[in-house]
Design a protein around this ligand. Structure first.
Ligand SMILES: Cc1cc2nc3c(=O)[nH]c(=O)nc-3n(C[C@H](O)[C@H](O)[C@H](O)COP(=O)(O)OP(=O)(O)OC[C@H]3O[C@@H](n4cnc5c(N)ncnc54)[C@H](O)[C@@H]3O)c2cc1C
Ligand code: SF4
Ligand code: SF4
Length: 1006
């Protein structure tokens, strides 16, 4: 290096980059892992915004002999997206540049998510039919570099079949337009573009060895091990683009890709076949592939079926799970007859299979097909949910592939190897039609004996695969786990070609070094090359030691609340460390579709720190370093750390239900905040919400004055300066009369049945009239409403770090509600956050008989009324003639009573009800009121606000289920309307509450 210090070098790099250069310790911890079992801390991260950024970074690295590792979604399973040099995060380079339906191609930047591209192509009835399960959160660049594939490879091939041309930044920073170069061009001495020159070298190298290449590559339908020379050398030239497919960023970085697109098949049919034996299922697969033309045949065996059965949330699918092994057989085509004919043949064959298999279900209906497919698609998610002490399902032998006629032999061989090594817990599923099995043993990676077992298993499994002419990786790549075995898989003649190519294109070994070709096999062109990165299967393993006492402020490892048990399927929660360690880095929390709501902050910001994974990774490192330094390590207490734990989590809790491992990142963050605030006090602004009863009481008593002040701009600016409450945030008007007073004046009819009402802040201080309506609704249904002494729920205090205050509030409320709960009197809430507090969050600070009893007896008003409906006890509604679009509060989804809300509303005559699913509104309770959070909160809700606007423009009435969402959606709508002069008829304050709708359906007036 020519710099005095690493800081000088990084400052120089920063001056060259238009995107971002991240070099803080916390950023580097965050990027130290992907979805694999490894972790390596990089020197810095460049979040590239344009091709120039990539070129400049690579040039800089080349000059100084620093390693460069490209990264897309970071969903690689075997460590290929991590390294010790510079990580180039390409996920901001995500434009779809051209869709050309006429010539059948699309041109994209590398960071575009496959799921997003799919949705754009669907508008033209086109697709790239390569469908990894991670499609919604992995990038095209990563898919090319891994030669990703999916369930439909048997008919449609893998990524290599769709790559037409690529722009690639090579190790010296030059840009190669990688395309097919014809023999004529190669032989034409006057042609001297980079691509022709490289093609010429490759042609000279490969042509003589064409037979060796033909015979030495695995005989499989998909392969992502080594370099794909079998597809580079063509009869009419050199296909340079194919050289970079499956190369894992070791030869260059793809900055633009031209990909083939095809028509989406019009018709599909899916059959689910049950087998008693996996061996039979494999043999049967081979028969289906030989005799029919399936678009997919996928397998899950008993090891996965049992896990799926155990998982919650799949009740509707349990009917399909009555088997020891299942095949999902799909046919597609452009005519219904074609698909039906194939399906009939299959069903006929199954009927005559002499009991080997039976058909559990088959369908031509796209919705049902999608639902059944979910079982298979989420297989890995189910597997990663399993909690067995310190053991985890590890990926290192997870992707072997053989020709389909050898699949049964492969599965038997695998089972024998597991048996020989004394492994009884493992999983088997995969793309059967391609002879590609995904298998993971459950091992305790922190146990010192495990490394020997991992090495021995890998040796045995890879030898077996080689003996069967298969490949050690079909679609996941070599990464850290398998790069040392590439040499074993290929004949030396071919492996030496790999070395030559790597040495020519990357003479300094800076492009993702250590992957594909280990350092000892590389021929460095000079001493100024990267001589350090060299990995073995069991180095750099990622685990969190569970030794040492965990000093925690929240309750961990307790009996699960009903909410948590429903979400996770487990009766007991994990310890803090185990919970943090549960995240396996899959990256699903970076999903930008609205199939899942997690993580709203990521959906708004699109940065790693905004994902659950990013924050969780940082917290794992905090624990690790604190352990290693015996507690003396305290980077926790920096402003950067404070921002990470306060700014990037809105406590929506969606990770608890949407994360495949159900990692409760919200609770992990609440613990981190409690630790931070205990040492430093609450950050500015937060303390007012922790003490909301005190301030709201005063504001109500002086309502005229407080409302006038709150709408005065100058006062708000002053307030912002003094308190940290953002001056731009609308604050609802305080009521002159509090609910407590209104309730005491109201005369209820004499009724036998009783409920206790828990009102919370909005009803107590802002909208007591709504509280009275709820009382009347309950009265009409025969319930007298008691109103116990209470404070607001205290959720802000509990989730934002004011742990002692939160505990005192929880204690007060539990003590006052317990006498009702212990008599079996239902406690009814209106605010979804209040029910979450009573049912789950209180247990995180007070776990005793009283808190459990209160938690058990709490019901949200919708849920309670729907319970009455199910018992035929609900008084009938009057018609409401409206077209309602209903948004559901995140805390309702977490508690799982969204179906109650919709079920109840659908009973209102004349009311048309549809769901508005466009993610979270971004309010996060008190979050959006805090200065610095306001803009982010509006950004998080942007998609929803737009959908609200569209809904209203199309004549719908918009309703939501919680007061904070309502206020935030109104605010978002006001912003759109304010920006849009054409829409005088749409106003802010247009969002209703579902409870108001119910009260209208009962004829209850204001
Ligand atoms: C839950 C889950 C399910 C999965 N299911 C499948 C599946 O069904 N099929 C399948 O094939 N895979 C699957 N995978 C593996 C992985 O998601 C895919 O291989 C995916 O294509 C990787 O994309 P990525 O953007 O996350 O790449 P990353 O993990 O970020 O990177 C992968 C490799 O590509 C390189 N790279 C990234 N971008 C570029 C670029 N622009 N230029 C050059 N190199 C680059 C990286 O250096 C790295 O070597 C799954 C993973 C998970 C976690
Ligand atoms: S938090 Fe969950 S979804 Fe996100 S990476 Fe971790 S395991 Fe995957
Ligand atoms: S609670 Fe919500 S915002 Fe926080 S990490 Fe989970 S999904 Fe993201």
């Amino acid at each position: 290096m020519h710099y005095n210090s690493i800081d000088d070098a990084i400052n120089r790099l920063k001056s060259m980059i238009k995107g971002k250069v991240l070099d803080s310790k916390l950023d580097r911890y965050m990027y130290a892992s992907d979805a694999s079992m490894y972790e390596i801390i990089p020197s810095c991260i460049v979040v590239a915004s344009c091709i120039e950024d990539v070129v400049n970074t690579v040039r800089f690295a080349y000059e100084h002999g620093i390693a460069v590792t490209a990264r897309g979604g970071g969903t690689g399973l075997v460590g290929q997206a991590i390294g010790d040099g510079i990580i180039i995060d390409l996920s901001d380079m995500n434009k779809v540049i051209e869709v050309n339906t006429h010539d059948g191609y699309v041109i994209v930047e590398p960071g575009v998510y496959k799921g997003i591209l799919d949705r754009q192509l669907k508008r033209y009835n086109k697709c790239i039919p390569v469908d990894p399960s991670s499609a919604d959160y992995c990038t095209i660049g990563g898919m090319i570099a891994n030669n990703a594939s999916g369930s439909h490879t048997v008919k449609y091939g893998s990524m290599i079949d769709y790559v037409l041309e690529l722009d690639v930044v090579l190790a010296d920073g030059s840009i190669l337009h990688a395309r097919k170069v014809s023999i004529d061009e190669i032989k034409d001495a006057s042609k001297d573009s980079i691509e022709v020159k490289i093609a010429r070298v490759l042609y000279a190298m490969l042509y003589d060895k064409s037979n060796i290449i033909k015979n030495g590559f695995p005989r499989v339908s998909k392969n992502s091990s080594g370099y794909r020379l079998d597809r580079v050398l063509c009869s009419d030239g050199i296909d340079l683009a194919k050289l970079f497919v499956a190369s894992e960023g070791t030869l260059g970085i793809v900055v633009r890709a031209k990909l083939k697109i095809v028509d989406i098949a019009k018709y599909r049919a899916l059959a689910l076949l049950a087998f008693k034996d996996t061996y039979d299922a494999c043999l049967y697969t081979s028969k289906i592939v030989a005799n029919l033309r399936p678009s997919a045949v996928e397998l899950i065996d008993k090891t996965v079926i049992d896990i799926v059965k155990m998982s919650n949330g799949n009740d509707s699918l349990k009917q399909y799970l009555d088997a020891d092994c299942m095949l999902f057989v799909e046919f597609d085509g452009n005519s219904r007859e074609e698909v039906e004919m194939q399906m009939d043949k299959l069903l006929n064959d199954v009927k005559n299979s002499a009991g080997i298999c039976k058909c559990i279900a088959y369908s031509y209906n796209n919705d049902e097909i999608a639902r059944i497919w979910d079982v298979r698609k989420n297989a890995l998610a189910y597997v990663m949910k399993v909690r067995k002490g310190n053991s985890k399902a590890l990926a290192f032998i997870e992707d072997p592939v053989v020709s389909v006629d050898k699949l049964a032999e492969l599965v038997n061989g695998l089972k024998e190897i597991y048996k020989r090594h004394g492994i009884i817990a493992y999983t088997i599923y995969g793309h059967a039609a391609d002879g590609n099995i995904h298998t993971r043993p459950m091992l305790d990676i922190s146990n010192e004996h495990t490394t020997a077992k991992i090495n021995a298993l890998a040796e045995d499994v890879f030898s077996l695969v080689k003996s069967m002419n298969g490949s050690i990786s079909a679609e996941h790549g070599d990464g850290i786990a398998r790069s040392r075995f590439v040499k074993m898989l290929y004949p030396y003649d071919i492996y030496s070609l790999f070395i030559n190519i790597k040495s020519i294109l990357d003479p300094k070994n800076i492009m993702n070094p250590g992957k594909k070709i280990p350092l000892e096999d590389i021929r460095l062109s000079s001493n100024n090359g990267n001589q350090y990165s060299s990995y073995s299967l069991t180095d750099n393993l990622r685990y969190l030691s569970k030794d040492g006492k965990d000093i925690v402020l929240l309750n961990w490892g307790i009996r699960s609340s009903r909410v948590a048990e429903r979400a996770t399927g487990y009766a007991y929660e994990l310890s803090y460390k185990d919970e943090v360690d549960l995240c396996h880095g899959c990256g699903m929390c970076r999903d930008l579709s609205y199939k899942v709501r997690m993580c709203p902050v990521y959906k708004g910001l699109h940065t790693e720190v905004a994902s659950c994974r990013g924050r969780n990774n940082i917290l794992r490192w905090m624990l690790k370093l604190a352990d290693a330094s015996k507690g003396s390590f305290t980077p926790e207490f920096t402003d950067e750390y404070k921002d990470i734990i306060y700014k990037y989590c809105i406590q929506c809790k969606m990770c608890l239900i949407d994360c495949p491992s159900n990692v409760d990142v919200g609770k992990i963050i609440a613990e981190a905040r409690a630790r931070y605030a205990t040492a430093h006090g609450l950050p500015k602004g937060y303390k007012y919400f922790a003490d909301i009863d005190k301030y709201a009481n005063i504001a109500c008593k002086l309502a005229l004055l407080s409302n006038a002040l709150m709408s005065n701009r100058l006062f708000r600016i002053m307030l912002e300066y003094l308190t940290g409450i953002d001056a731009r945030k609308s604050i609802p008007r305080f009521s002159r009369i509090r609910f407590d007073e209104l309730y005491s004046r109201y005369r209820q009819p004499m009724l036998d049945k009783r409920v206790a009402f828990f009102a919370d802040t909005y009803i107590r201080y802002i909208n007591p009239i709504l509280g009275l309506k709820i009382v009347k609704i309950l009265n009409m249904n025969g319930y007298r409403v008691e109103y116990p002494k209470q404070l607001s729920s205290g959720l802000p205090a509990l989730l934002e770090g004011a742990i002692d205050k939160g505990k005192r509030i929880a204690r007060y409320n539990i003590d006052n509600l317990y006498s009702y709960a212990s008599d079996g009197i239902p406690i009814v809430t209106f605010s979804p956050s209040a029910s979450l507090a009573l049912r789950m969050e209180y247990l995180n600070v007070i776990d005793d008989e009283k808190s459990r009893s209160v938690a058990y007896n709490t019901y949200d008003i919708h849920e309670f009324l729907n319970m009455l409906r199910k018992g035929n006890e609900l008084i009938e509604f009057k018609p409401v003639n409206e077209d309602a679009l209903v948004h559901i509060h995140c805390h309702i989804l977490v508690q799982g009573y969204d179906k109650d809300v919709i079920g109840l509303l659908r009973c209102i005559p004349s009311l048309k009800v549809s769901l508005l699913e466009r993610g979270c509104c971004g309010v996060g309770g008190s979050y959006s009121f805090i200065k610095d959070n306001y803009e982010l909160s509006m950004l998080i809700g942007k998609e929803l606000f737009n959908a609200v606007y569209d809904g209203i423009s199309n004549g719908k009435r918009i309703y939501t289920t919680g007061e904070s969402c309502m206020l935030q959606m109104d605010e978002g709508l006001r912003k759109i309307v304010g920006n849009n002069s054409n829409n005088n008829n749409i106003k802010g304050d247009s969002i209703g509450l579902t409870v108001e709708l119910i009260s209208r359906a009962y004829g209850i007036e204001d």
